[in-house]
Design a protein around this ligand. Sequence first.
Ligand code: HEC
Ligand code: HEC
Length: 509
Amino acid sequence: MSKNTIIKIAGLILMLVSFIAFVAKAPAFPIESEKLLPWSVWFLIAVLINMVVWGIVMKLMTFALSIIWFFALIAAWVPSTAIGTGTVTELDWSDPDAVVEIGEGIFNTKGQCSACHTLDTSAPKGRCPDLTDIGVLAATRQPGLDAKQYLIESLYEPSNYLVPGYGSIMPEVWKNPIALTKVEIQAVIAFLQSQGGEIDPEPFDEPIDRADVGTTAEELAPLLSGDLEKGKQVFIDAACISCHVVQGLENPKAGEVNEDFEVVTAPELTDIAALNSMRYIEESILLPNALIVAGYGTVKVKANGITYEGTLVSEDTDKVIVRTKDADGTEQEHTILFSDFDEEPIDEEDIVNLTDNGYFTLTITPMDSDTPISGNIVKETTDTVTLKVGDETVTVSKTEVKKMMTLTDFDGVQTVGEHISGTMDDDEIVLMIDGSEESFDPFDIEEAIIMVASGKKLHDTSPMPVNFPDTLTVVEMANLLAYLSTLTGVTTEETSDTTSENPSEVTAE
Ligand code: HEC
Ligand code: HEC
């Protein structure tokens, strides 16, 4: 074989091998870690050699192959940098704006984030929080977590911490079917940080085990499968339709007064199954208070001696808006500052679970102290509670506390003092009043209330009836769920003129 033939054959082999390696995205050779030399470069070298050494037929074939290579190169390049749909394998942190752009692409496409989240505070309030300014808000969400740590947790373990008022419906985006890679999640986090905050390229460890990906993503199969036509009838007969609008479904009892419950404004269910798991929908019916859709909960707020009872329209860091309804049906919206909330007495039963009872501040006097400690509740266990007092955090026991007792006699006269001993079941109740012990005979007392602390609370409950587990049979429930699973919003197009009330805004002083 002549020297020339050897070069020709070597050139041809190099071209074919480098082309296949390029298409298969093989790592760079000879130094993989330094990206030296990528297979596209080997291929170019091979093309040049072949163009020089071969005759006209092989020259044309080489040319054709390099055209294919050229388009494959562009196709591999464009989505990952500009649109964000291709697989992003690395990020160039020397250009943070480009990383943010990749993150934005993933947010709108592969990540499916924009199917649920808006980035526009004027958008109608939905089932998922608006992410405007999330770059700064993230730092305020969970005590002890900075903005980046919070965002990491939000994406990997979204149900660990729920934004108040929202359900646990966000998918774990690293799992199937969304299955974002670590690099993609890094880019999304940079994009979220760019919403009002600072981008931090610091690498992080994933708080998860990627081996989990397949097993937990599977939905549990339903125990019973229902009949959706019968389920539609359950939806009407059980009066779900009195509160919930479903486009295309007429309410035969429209306008009639319902005697079992008060009809309230409720979320439209036309597309409920599109964005929620059937588990969530089932829970919404059987345990309405487990998760309450933002803007629909009922609250009772006491502020400056006035009690406001109505719908919790919104809640932010320093205030709430409550919509009340007068006897004649006129609605008013009241903006109430947390600082104006009244302290309410907390008994021994409520102190065990403050957060679940809606308490967010606490005033408590430890057994060995004379001055009460007062602050926002940061964390609690069954036995202790951690308060933020000024700039410090203080952990106090819930049981080693001074208790106050209020005694009301049969004439309605009240006596308040520190509880030393005795209850209504004993022979004697002893209170410490102004530094001296006084004894009372339970026989003379109508009511004795022990208060272990006081605090401000905001506790919303669902206005949805809680007795569906009793009134619906299992078969009715299965049929109802079968019907609800068909509500994916595809038939909503034509009807956008549903009447919306627009209550006049009134601000409480
Ligand atoms: C099926 C709807 C859904 C999808 C898809 C979804 N989310 Fe969420 N997300 C929610 C809901 C509901 C919450 C509030 C409850 C919670 O905290 O988990 C939430 C909470 C968040 C929070 C915390 C917001 C805050 O105000 O503290 C962030 C950040 C977030 N999502 C980012 C994303 C990103 C990024 C994606 C895409 C990769 C995404 N979400 C996809 C529904 C969704
Ligand atoms: C008295 C009015 C009322 C009735 C009757 C009622 N609901 Fe509701 N429902 C509500 C309100 C208000 C909410 C939002 C607050 C909450 O999350 O509980 C809600 C929430 C829901 C949700 C969650 C919606 C979401 O967007 O996440 C589902 C699902 C639901 N209801 C289904 C039903 C079904 C099915 C029935 C009949 C068996 C029914 N409801 C009867 C008022 C009602």
